[in-house]
Design a protein around this ligand. Structure first.
Ligand code: FAD
Length: 408
């Protein structure tokens, strides 16, 4: 039979979406159980850059300072240069303070701060090392989950189950909801970390040399994170030629870092491939169930949106879920899917546009890119797109008036 836990809400997945929602609900006096399959908070090669919109939610929750005290770098600008010409330059310092920067921070710092804050509340239960394997359904309604833990199975009975289990969500699949995968990007990303050269600028930069575009930013504490875009689905062919061939192509794409790459990459195991795709599930709710963050919608890492959208999702869902618990009526949750779905669709369109502008090849594309960017960056439309990238939806706020427990 195994252990049984009873909760108002069972959250599957202790990533940025799941833990932010867990903390919001615990502060509201809701009994919440978070089940996380990993026994550790370590998430290597996972989202590290936070935009001001996500920072504002974490600031309102009072966890941003605690996360930052564990270590992170403030970045001033996001730039895109094509053969030395600046195509795009977003100066974050020109935004209104206090969130006038990008934050590069290991995801475990954020997760640890969220978890520490949530654990202050007696209504909060966190079980790590517990992999959810089944949904418990009765009368056409999801009423809990079954998970496997270190000491055997556990059943969580809950009024609502929230699937916050990431881009390959099992909860979503068990609920019979398709991922809505769209292969709109013609690249994957190969990640690697190098020792940061002295005087690395505090910027997230995409640059194109003779090879394919490359993302570079300082990664805490003293690393340079590189994300090299390789043809979608084409890395296996390159890897089959061996590590030296991969290094040669990387050096072509990133001449300033060629010697660092040469010294730091000794085998293909030093590189981590991310299959880049966008996905948006056609349905985010079912009776007793809600999908949140990457499990509902997955984004390209270029543009650093995933964590921000995940924590903002949690802030938007929180009051709706509290209302559904109080009124015993799921109706409002459909509003979550509708209002948040429109925000997500806008961001996805912008990301697809960014990707096309960045990867289009050839002299004509390059000419258009540099010319168009010079004109575009002065238009109101560009300012609007920049605001969306930086803040997401302006309507997102933390419903702190619902909190019953003081901030620890
Ligand atoms: C390589 C890479 C780089 C990225 N870079 C950025 C970036 O710079 N900025 C940015 O904003 N976004 C970035 N993203 C995206 C960002 O990491 C995600 O959008 C974000 O983490 C989504 O949060 P989430 O909580 O929805 O899902 P996740 O962070 O994926 O969390 C899901 C959690 O569920 C757990 N889980 C999964 N299955 C189960 C199960 N069956 N039972 C129990 N637990 C389970 C997982 O262990 C995980 O902890 C990047 C993503 C990748 C892969």
């Amino acid at each position: 039979m195994g252990e049984e836990i009873s909760a108002d809400v069972c959250v599957v997945g202790g990533g940025p979406a799941g833990l932010t929602l867990g903390l919001l609900l615990a502060r509201t006096g809701v009994r919440v159980a978070v089940l996380e399959r990993s026994p550790l908070l370590t998430r290597e090669f996972w989202g590290e850059i936070l935009q001001p919109g996500g920072l504002a939610v974490l600031g309102s929750l009072g966890v941003l300072d605690a996360a930052r005290q564990r270590g992170g770098h403030e970045l001033d600008r996001f730039t895109f240069t094509d053969r030395g010409r600046t195509v795009l330059d977003i100066d974050y310092r020109a935004l209104d303070p206090p969130y006038n920067y990008l934050l590069s921070m290991p995801q475990r710092h954020l997760l640890a701060a969220l978890l520490d804050a949530a654990r202050e509340h007696e209504h909060f239960t966190y079980r790590d090392g517990f992999r959810v394997t089944e949904l418990a359904e009765e009368d056409g309604r999801v009423r809990g989950v079954v998970a496997r833990g270190p000491a055997g199975p556990v059943t969580v009975r809950a009024r609502y189950v929230v699937g916050a289990d990431g881009r390959f969500s099992l909860v979503r699949r068990l609920a019979g909801i398709p991922a809505g995968r769209r292969d709109v990007f013609d690249f994957d990303v190969l990640w690697l970390k190098l020792p940061a050269p002295e005087h690395t600028p505090p910027q997230a930069r995409i640059f194109r040399g003779r090879g394919r575009p490359l993302l570079a930013y300082p990664s805490w504490p003293d690393r340079l994170q590189l994300g090299w875009t390789v043809p979608h689905g084409g890395y296996a062919r390159l890897a089959a030629q061996g590590v030296d061939a991969v290094k040669a192509r990387l050096a072509e794409a990133a001449p300033p870092y060629a010697s660092l790459v040469d010294a730091a990459v000794t085998g293909l195991g030093d590189l981590s491939l991310l299959d880049v795709f966008a996905a948006c599930a056609p349905q985010w709710t079912k009776p007793g169930l809600v999908l949140l963050g990457d499990s509902a919608h997955t984004h390209s890492p270029i543009g650093a949106q995933g964590i921000n959208l995940a924590v903002q999702d949690a802030a938007v869902l929180h009051p709706m879920l509290v209302a559904a618990l109080r009124t015993r009526d799921d109706g409002g949750l459909v509003g979550f899917e509708r209002s948040r779905g429109a925000d997500i669709a806008r961001i996805m369109r912008i990301q697809a546009m960014q990707a096309r502008g960045m990867t289009a090849d050839g002299p004509v594309a390059r000419f258009v890119r540099t010319r168009a960017a010079r004109i575009m960056t002065r238009t109101p439309a560009f300012a609007k797109v920049t605001r969306e990238i930086v803040y997401g939806s302006p309507a997102v706020r933390v419903a702190s008036e619902l909190f019953t427990a003081p901030r620890p």
